[in-house]
Design a protein around this ligand. Structure first.
Ligand code: GCO
Length: 454
């Protein structure tokens, strides 16, 4: 069996990482605009002020995607471009940009998948307490309604929130991402609860106001553990580690986020491990949080080794190859991740992100040769196909990213794109892997078994 007939083959990006135009047409500031300007936060003092200048170049970029044979494009909306202060007055020009982008995509035969929030939190709301303030859940619902009313006549696929694990864990727990804070655990836990509640309210809003019947999910990151062997015991060890709550790092625990959504309650072990740091939950919250969704969107780049007592901070195995961003290359992540998630939560899966950063540059012949990325994609997609063959309903795959972009605290050094971006000239060059992916899409996956290397 091959990839399903209607499989969503796509690529992904996020507003702050590609758009630039940070002060244009009435856009308000986000926490990334504000806190990247301070020294020491981002490699080389870089920021997303210009990024890939996609705001101005989106028509050429969409044409490029069309020429690359891309079928789907996962994009995110900048909240403060649409509502500069986070609540209240709408910025018509900002909203128009996304409406034009959606039109351009559809005119080029590309279906958009929209993420409402990919980390660029409005600065004005941060100053009102951000996710720590319970009102943040209503601010998010208000914003969701504005976007849904503007785009849902043309958009079917919606993701509420991208990787709460990362923007909460790195943003408010370990201080690596904007707003670069290290808050006490009870506050981090309370923020998580508000993020979940905001998600639930947004699901209700999308369901209620969408003009086209929506398909709703989120884009979480799930660090699945892989078993050492296929013995029932090893698989069980991997599964239970995947879903157990790590009290030192609650934000990165898969079940901490997904159990409330699918089962309407926090995982049992969270109560034991967090004790009085558990969030305050008001009556009715869990009903809202568990408003049904249609798919489980998951960003998977790597798996941890279940047999390694220290897990993911250690090598999956001695000498495990790593990408340019130092992440271990563990293709089996695309088998075990979707499998465990489907077994536990029973929803179709979309791989909302997968990809690698590599040491790419334009070679003397004017091309970008990245055989390592092609090999990576083949290995990961073969594992994904294996999961499908084993009965996991995976309905789509979005390569991260369509083009090189602003990689958060790593600035512009780490290149994940299928398209190379020269940040001095904004020239785009499709990498060999971009042409390879075109063949993958054209053949509905057959090309992952070819011997194409460049
Ligand atoms: C994430 C984000 C992306 C990243 C990508 C590579 O997964 O962290 O969704 O914005 O750029 O994953 O780190």
């Amino acid at each position: 069996m091959q990839f399903p007939k209607q499989f969503l083959w796509g690529t992904a990006s996020a507003a702050y990482q590609v758009e630039g135009a940070y002060l244009e047409d009435g856009r308000g500031l986000s926490i990334w605009d504000a806190y990247t300007q301070a020294p020491g936060h981002v490699a080389h003092g870089e920021n997303g002020n210009v990024a890939c200048d996609h705001y101005h170049r989106f028509r050429e970029d969409v044409k490029m995607m069309h020429d690359m044979g891309i079928h789907n494009y996962r994009l995110s909306i900048s909240w403060s471009r649409v509502i500069p202060d986070g609540t209240g007055k709408i910025n018509k020009k900002g909203l128009q940009f996304y409406s034009d982008l959606v039109d351009e995509l559809l005119a080029n035969g590309i279906e958009p998948l929209v993420t409402l929030f990919h980390w660029d939190y409005p600065l004005a709301l941060h100053h009102k307490g951000g996710w720590l303030n319970r009102e943040s859940t209503d601010w998010f619902a208000e914003y969701a309604k504005v976007v849904v009313e503007a785009l849902s006549d043309r958009v079917q696929y919606w993701m509420t929130i991208n990787e709460p694990q990362v923007f909460i864990g790195n943003g408010y727990d370990n201080g690596r991402f904007a707003p670069f804070l290290k808050l006490p655990r009870n506050e981090v836990a309370q923020m998580c609860h508000h993020v979940l509640l905001a998600h639930g309210k947004a699901v209700e809003v999308i369901r209620k106001y969408a003009k086209k019947t929506p398909s709703i999910g989120f884009a979480f990151v799930t660090p699945a553990y892989s078993p050492r062997s296929n013995s029932a015991e090893d698989i069980e060890t991997a599964r239970s580690r995947t879903f157990s709550v790590n009290p030192e790092d609650i934000a990165f625990s898969a079940a901490w986020w997904a159990d409330p959504i699918f089962f309407g309650k926090y995982p049992e072990d969270a109560y034991e491990k967090l004790g009085c740091d558990m969030p305050t939950v008001l009556p009715g919250d869990m009903e809202i949080i568990s408003t049904p969704v249609d798919f489980y969107g998951v960003n998977i780049y790597e798996s941890k080794a279940a047999y390694n007592p220290d897990g993911y901070s250690e090598n999956a195995y001695l000498g495990c190859p790593r990408t340019q961003i130092e992440w271990p290359i563990t293709p089996e992540a695309l088998y075990w991740g979707p499998k465990f998630l489907y077994e536990r939560y029973g929803k179709p899966i979309i791989i909302t992100e997968n990809g690698m950063a590599a040491h790419d540059w334009v070679h003397l012949d004017g091309k970008v040769h990245d055989p390592n990325r092609i090999d990576y994609m083949k290995r990961y997609l073969r594992e994904l196909l294996h999961a499908i063959q084993d009965g996991v309903p995976v309905i789509g795959y979005m390569y991260w990213s369509i083009m090189d972009n602003f990689e958060w605290a790593d600035g512009y050094d780490k290149r994940f794109g299928l398209v190379y971006v020269n940040y001095q000239t904004q020239e785009r060059t499709v990498k060999d892997s971009g042409y390879f992916y075109q063949k993958v899409i054209e053949t509905n996956g057959e090309a992952i078994f070819s011997d194409i290397l460049d």
